[in-house]
Design a protein around this ligand. Structure first.
Ligand SMILES: Nc1nc2c(ncn2[C@@H]2O[C@H](COP(=O)(O)OP(=O)(O)OP(=O)(O)O)[C@@H](O)[C@H]2O)c(=O)[nH]1
Ligand SMILES: [Mg+2]
Length: 214
């Protein structure tokens, strides 16, 4: 596994994002920029998705964290090509960091690339990485008021995954309030209610991914 330590950004993010998009298109790779708060379940989603699609879709992963390699180790254990980016303090990934990671991935053996952004509901959305779509994962434990308090990430994402549905009986949160808030910001967003623990809702999510790749 390769580990990248981010250094000073020289080229503008937009220019590099275009390069990434061109490169990913050349290899026919569908790329999802996965964002969400720390602990929302980004890596858990990737683990369960990879297990569901084994033998069907060739997946690659870039994991972004301020420090550490835990997420990359979790993905590597599943036999999936992965590059860990350590941002050395930055609260988001940028296109330069991702470009350098792409050079270390076997692009001709990948059809679907997940970029797990740094856990943060604010900064990552500002930076185009060259992805096809942005997806946001929000867990029930974060509360149902989050969409209207952190609107940009929900406005700019094509997909919302509401995670930890299994914890519903223990929490005073309303899934409907989350959905109403998000849909008022972005009526076109597709919403999946899932549990990475029990697998609830994964059938729909996996079907959606399959339609994107086939
Ligand atoms: N009960 C329950 N726990 C979950 C679910 N999904 C994830 N978790 C737990 O939530 C914690 C955080 O999950 P991660 O997948 O590491 O979250 P993350 O978003 O990747 O976190 P960062 O990379 O640190 O931002 C772990 O202890 C998971 O086991 C779920 O659907 N239900
Ligand atoms: Mg993670």
């Amino acid at each position: 596994m390769k580990i990248h330590i981010a250094s000073k950004i020289l080229a503008s993010n937009e220019k590099k994002a275009l390069e990434n998009r061109k490169l990913l298109k050349e290899y026919s790779i569908f790329t999802i920029n996965l964002m969400g708060s720390p602990g929302a379940g980004k890596t858990s989603l990737l683990e369960k998705t990879i297990k569901s699609l084994v033998g069907q879709i060739k997946i690659g992963v870039v994991t972004g964290d301020i420090a550490g390699i835990d997420d990359a180790l979790r993905i590597e254990r599943l036999g999936i090509p992965v590059v860990q980016i350590n941002t050395s303090g930055a609260c988001h990934l940028d296109a330069n960091m991702v470009f350098n990671s792409l050079l270390d991935l076997p692009l001709n053996a990948i059809n679907l690339l997940f970029i797990e952004n740094v856990g943060n509901l604010v900064c990552p959305v500002e930076f185009d990485l060259g992805e096809d779509i942005k997806a946001v994962i929000l867990s029930l434990t974060e509360g149902d008021d989050k969409p209207l308090k952190y609107p940009q990430i929900f406005q700019k994402s094509s997909i919302l995954l509401i995670n930890k549905i299994d914890l519903m009986p223990y929490l005073d949160v309303s899934v409907n309030r989350i959905k109403e808030g998000v849909l008022s910001l972005n009526p076109a967003i597709e919403v999946f209610e899932i549990s990475c623990k029990t697998g609830e809702g994964f059938e729909e999510w996996i079907k959606w991914l399959q339609t994107k790749i086939s």
